[in-house]
Design a protein. Structure first.
Length: 136
């Protein structure tokens, strides 16, 4: 508790929180093929607790900014919501004799290429308090 309060007040993470131990976990297939593994990161428990606190405080700002069409990684929304919306749109286009073009994009490893500056700017645009942006 004291460590989390200290980090909150000073807005600085301990250096050892900047690294994690990554262990390979076998997914499927040949165990000699590296692509058949995924990494799992072991993080400090205090860091995970602080991360949950930040998530819970930032979530309301993000939810208010995101449109109803965005269902990925959101509580009480998922694939079925998107399928329903897509089906409704398709039925309306057919009903009006219009062409409908659908594009599916799979953003594999999308989080690997995220810009921290871009995320911080998006948080600011959503009205997230600056203290939370600095700690995120």
């Amino acid at each position: 508790h004291n460590l989390i309060v200290l980090v909150w007040n000073e807005e600085r993470m301990p250096e050892d929180w900047e690294t994690s131990l990554i262990f390979p976990i076998h997914k499927k297939g040949d165990k000699l093929v590296c692509q058949n593994y995924r990494g799992i990161s072991l993080l400090a428990v205090a860091y995970k607790v602080l991360s949950l606190i930040l998530l819970n405080r930032i979530k309301d700002y993000a939810e208010a900014t995101l449109g109803d069409y965005q269902c990925g990684f959101r509580q009480n929304k998922g694939t079925l919501d998107q399928i329903f919306i897509l089906r409704q749109a398709a039925e309306k286009f057919v009903e009006h004799g219009m062409d409908l073009y659908i594009l599916f994009i799979d953003y594999q490893q999308a989080f690997d290429g995220l810009s921290r500056v871009g995320v911080a700017n998006a948080l600011r645009r959503s009205g997230t308090p600056e203290k939370l942006v600095r700690l995120a």
